[in-house]
Design a protein around this ligand. Structure first.
Ligand code: PEP
Ligand code: MN
Length: 302
């Protein structure tokens, strides 16, 4: 039986597909997220030094990344861990953008920092721990920048959509959803990658969806497989941690790819991206498979 998703997610009407809106594309520099192109965002967990950041930026750009990630403000599980370089880190990100031409995505943790981070970043990242920080979401919505909204590690899909709805409601249509793994009874890996969430979000929402296989697994060996699965599930792109020397990383070294591993992952994605391209061509231009399916379903239910 056909599920009525608009009814099931009735309190978040603006993020659910409808006759008016089947797809949102988010413009960034000279490209867009949620269009046909699969967008890779890559870079270190934390900005550590200019050398580390520039070396990573130049490498990931050559291997096909469009966006450089890197945290200047770090929400750490321990108050004794490295908390980020702050403004100094933002300046390094801006320099890396200048040098590499990559767009910048970086996390903002406090609403009072939003104007400053928005001055340096092309996309504001809301981290998993802040998905329901409504004051922060509101400030980010008003920043004029697209918002990469990470799913809370214990948030349901409905709750993720509620946070997205709040940003849209404050006049910012450029929300990118991000599945980064959730907490379950399973402890073998850092998180449980909810790949069904990606498929469902692509089915029901017009917003772009990005997969973060790094935080989802916590383990660099698993990242390429989860990245491949993300393509099959319909993701519009990836957020991947890359570090010149993961063993020496100041945060999240276990899940960070070194340059060679990143290149291997990117090469390994090609056959899957080829299938994705064929699927896109097979459907009406501007119509992704899940959109065509949603349109058919819509006709079926009248
Ligand atoms: C990060 O992207 O480095 C990060 C802290 O992510 P999350 O909020 O998903 O843990
Ligand atoms: Mn990280």
């Amino acid at each position: 039986m056909q599920v009525d998703w608009r009814e099931r997610f009735a309190d978040t009407p603006d993020v659910i597909k409808g006759a008016q809106r089947q797809r949102t594309t988010v413009p960034v520099l000279d490209f867009e997220i949620g269009g046909g192109e699969f967008i890779t965002m890559a870079g270190p967990c934390s900005v550590e030094s200019e050398f580390q950041l520039l070396a990573t930026a130049n490498h990931v750009r050559r291997s096909g990344a469009r966006i450089l990630r890197g945290g200047a403000f770090k929400p750490r599980s321990s108050p004794y861990s490295f908390q980020g370089l702050g403004l100094e880190g933002l300046k390094m990100l801006a320099r890396a953008r200048e040098e590499s031409g990559l767009a910048i995505v970086t996390e903002v943790m406090s609403e009072t920092d939003v104007p400053m981070v928005a001055d340096y970043a092309d996309i504001l990242q809301i981290g998993t721990r802040n998905m329901e920080n409504y004051a922060l979401l509101e400030a980010a919505a008003h920043s004029g920048r697209p918002v990469l909204l990470k799913r809370g590690m214990v948030a349901t899909i409905a709750e993720l959509l509620r946070s997205a709805q709040l940003i849209l409601d404050h006049g910012n249509p450029h929300v990118i959803l991000c599945e980064r793994g959730i907490r379950t009874f399973e402890t073998a890996l850092r998180n449980t990658f909810d790949v069904a969430a990606i498929a469902l979000l692509k089915q029901i929402s017009h917003l772009p969806v990005i997969a973060d296989p790094s935080h989802a697994s916590g383990c660099s060996e698993l990242v390429p497989a989860l990245a491949r699965i993300s393509i099959a599930a319909g993701a519009d792109g990836l957020l991947v941690e890359v570090h010149p020397n993961p063993a020496k990383a100041w945060s999240d070294g276990d899940q960070s790819l070194d340059f060679a591993q990143f290149d291997d992952m990117m090469a390994g994605l090609e056959p899957w991206l080829e299938v994705r391209r064929k699927q896109l061509e097979h459907y009406r231009p501007g119509t992704l498979p899940h959109e065509a399916m949603a349109a058919r379903n819509m006709e079926a239910v009248g």
